[in-house]
Design a protein around this ligand. Structure first.
Ligand SMILES: [Mn+2]
Length: 272
């Protein structure tokens, strides 16, 4: 592994780590504009500018121990990529470690959520501008626009924050919450999986996404959601839909990398 690009440049080994990063450069069912296959590499490169200490959560990622497992091979058929991802996420969770999946399109969240749900009941918190609740998309049941429907079928509970683009009567479904009402919608006894579609954030601050939607969460809103989720047991998260070709300043990739750092500090760091 010497000389390979790693998240935060960390060479922590799997046994030493409390948290493992897995890249899933999946890009097969995108509908508008492409690029998420490049996201794991862009996020790792952007992480080079970010310090390991979180001032917000007063925790140091050097002490938490974060290892980078590399990427699932993007040349494989989609089904094979998803199968390998699920096995790898399950391996990390069974070892009692936190896991962060770097997508990829939002479809990459599903095998990870399935892996977590396969080990015990979970609830899913989704940050997403879109509902991703379609039954099918382009004739497919597994796609970026169906991922939260499929997640809802394996999770005890699904709460979506940041949605502002609705298909048909979806807005009446009882799954949407404002950031400040998230905690009351969750079961305090159930582990949480967080799926973070970067388009949940305002495209004014995070423009490099596949399907930008005006409005949305601020950076501070998102940190506030992490603070809320600190009161629950978060077992894993994914961060998806970064599109580096539409991120000319690179600030979206840096935002993605910084959010991963803050999330790790919030969910998996022990207080010093
Ligand atoms: Mn999405």
């Amino acid at each position: 592994m010497i000389g390979l690009l790693r998240f935060l440049g960390l060479a922590t080994t799997f046994p030493e780590a409390q948290v493992a990063i897995l890249g899933v450069p999946l890009e097969r069912t995108v509908s508008y504009r492409g690029g998420p296959a490049q996201a794991p590499t862009a996020i790792r490169a952007a992480s080079d500018s970010i310090e390991l200490y979180s001032r917000v959560f007063d925790r140091d990622l050097a002490r938490i121990g974060v290892c980078d497992l590399g990427d699932v091979d993007s040349h494989l058929p989609m089904e094979e990529m998803l199968r390998l991802e699920r096995g790898e996420v399950e391996r990390v969770l069974r070892a009692g470690k936190g896991v962060v999946v770097l997508g990829g399109e939002h479809t990459a969240a599903l095998p990870a959520i399935q892996a977590a749900a396969g080990l015990g009941s979970i609830q899913v918190v989704a940050l997403d501008a879109h509902t991703d609740l379609r039954e099918e998309y382009g004739g497919e049941r597994i796609a970026h626009a169906t991922v939260l429907r499929r997640a809802s079928e394996v999770a005890e509970r699904l709460v979506i924050v940041g949605a502002r683009s609705f298909f048909g009567a979806e807005a009446r479904e009882p799954v949407f919450a404002e950031p400040d009402r998230l905690a009351e919608r969750l079961d305090p006894g159930l582990p949480v999986w967080l799926t973070l579609d970067l388009d949940a954030l305002d495209p004014a601050l995070c423009p490099g996404v596949t399907n930008p939607e005006p409005g949305g969460l601020s950076y501070q809103d998102t940190i506030g959601i992490f603070r809320t989720l600190q009161r629950f047991r978060v077992v894993g998260m994914d961060l998806v839909e970064l599109a580096p070709p539409f991120d000319p300043s690179g600030v979206s990739a840096i935002t993605a990398a910084k959010l991963v750092v803050e999330a790790i500090a919030a969910f998996w760091g022990d207080s010093d």
